[in-house]
Design a protein around this ligand. Structure first.
Ligand code: PMP
Length: 401
């Protein structure tokens, strides 16, 4: 009975061209990987889909630090952080991140999590108790949405970047604790939330601003501190989640906020208390990758990323103007996430498959991740791409027209 039920659901997913499947990366790190596709064929692919924006996953110093960490601490952490899983390396990563955010959040303290997904669930469920009300941006990441679903607080949704709509909801709220929740960089659109205006709204209505900076950390700001540095923000009302699986090139996540907030998370966040701490070798390597991210190498890579972004946008804009009947649209994005909106699900998947046969991996993103009729190629750029790689992608897209 269950199997029939699930087979029916799978057939419905297939009928809408919404089936998802995994590929197997045999070797390599983005942007060059040898990948076995769903068709069983193994190809050398030039990847435009990794979130390893600074290319740190493949940096030799990071790999060496991982080895050194494994020699010092072994493999897994063996227990949750409050039992025995919290190593010197975990402690130092948290201290380093607190230093990064000190100019932006008074009395900043960081607390580590295994993944960004877990960190988002943790912060929203711990703070979003029955006395709170949550104000959630329409295009928030699934992990933020799941956090709001698990929280006891009622949830109001405001429109994408609609600060006036948010202010109206805040004005009507009688909750003692008001939590605004937003992505800093929207993961499927690449645009940046109007954080200064959101923070002003938080200040005017005695609310707190929870910012998911998964795609801003390492990418935005002169030193790569992310969206708060990009906008020059400082307030004790800011609560930031960052993942270390994207631009930091490893894994893990953190929440950084006023020490009272993170101190409370340590007592109350079930995802922190009841889950095995991340492997200490990974934390040990994070110390190296954080240093690289903030130093000269990170700065140079951010400059290169921005030039790749400009080159890609110019190339695709010129392509679109050569083919005025095309209904493709390049999203207005100032980040390495550069979505090309195609429209139909089958259409975007056919395009992604053609590109893959040509040796380019650009994922097609379909509903419910994006709205109906707005299926897209989610192109992401990494600092380890070259200008020739970007030319290659634009030329391949032109052959698909
Ligand atoms: N927030 C956003 C905006 C993300 O894109 C992601 C990753 N897809 C996460 C949170 C979750 O982070 P992690 O991959 O570390 O679980």
């Amino acid at each position: 009975m269950l199997l029939d039920h699930l087979q029916g659901k799978l057939a419905a997913i297939e009928a809408q061209s919404l089936t998802r499947f995994t590929r197997i990366a045999e070797t390599g790190t983005a942007p060059h990987q040898t990948v076995r596709g769903a068709d069983g064929v193994t190809r050398e692919l030039l990847m435009f889909c990794s979130n390893d924006y600074l290319g740190l996953a493949a940096h030799p110093a990071v790999a060496q630090a991982l080895i050194d960490g494994a020699h010092r601490y072994g493999g897994g952490s063996g227990a949750s952080p409050l039992v025995s899983g919290h190593s010197r390396a975990h402690h130092e990563v948290e201290a380093e991140l607190a230093r990064w955010f000190a100019p932006h959040i008074p009395s900043a303290r960081a607390i580590g999590f295994c993944t960004g997904y877990m960190a988002n669930l943790a912060v929203i469920t711990a703070l979003g108790d029955a006395e709170a009300e949550i104000f959630s941006e329409a295009l928030n990441h699934a992990s933020l949405i799941d956090g709001t679903r698990l929280a006891k607080a009622p949830v109001k949704r405001y429109g994408h970047c609609d600060v006036e709509g948010l202010r109206a909801l805040l004005a009507a709220s009688t909750a003692r604790i008001k939590l605004i929740v937003t992505d800093a960089v929207f993961s499927m659109d690449g645009d940046i939330a109007p954080l200064p205006a959101l923070l002003a709204a938080a200040e005017d209505f005695d609310a707190w601003l929870i910012v998911d900076d998964a795609h801003g950390l390492g990418v935005l700001g002169e030193q790569g501190v992310g969206s708060l540095e990009h906008f020059g923000l400082c307030s004790e009302r800011l609560i930031v989640m960052g993942t270390l699986g994207k631009s930091a090139g490893l894994a893990g996540a953190f929440v950084v906020a006023h020490e009272t907030v993170t101190g409370y998370l340590l007592q109350a966040a079930r995802n922190y208390i009841f889950s095995t701490a991340s492997p200490p070798a990974v934390e040990h390597a994070l110390l190296t990758s954080l240093q690289l991210m903030r130093g000269d190498l990170g700065r140079e890579r951010r400059v290169h990323l921005r030039s790749l972004q400009a080159q890609l946008r110019e190339g695709i804009t010129a392509l679109l103007s050569r083919h005025p009947s095309l209904t493709w649209r390049l999203a207005a994005s100032e980040t390495p996430i550069q979505p090309l909106i195609i429209g139909g699900n089958a259409e975007v998947m056919a395009l992604a498959a053609t590109l893959e046969r040509e040796g380019l991996r650009v994922p097609g993103i379909r509903p419910p991740t994006v709205p109906q009729g707005e299926a897209r190629l989610r192109i992401t750029l990494c600092a380890t791409h070259t200008a020739a790689d970007v030319d290659c992608l634009v030329a391949a897209l032109e052959r698909c027209v």
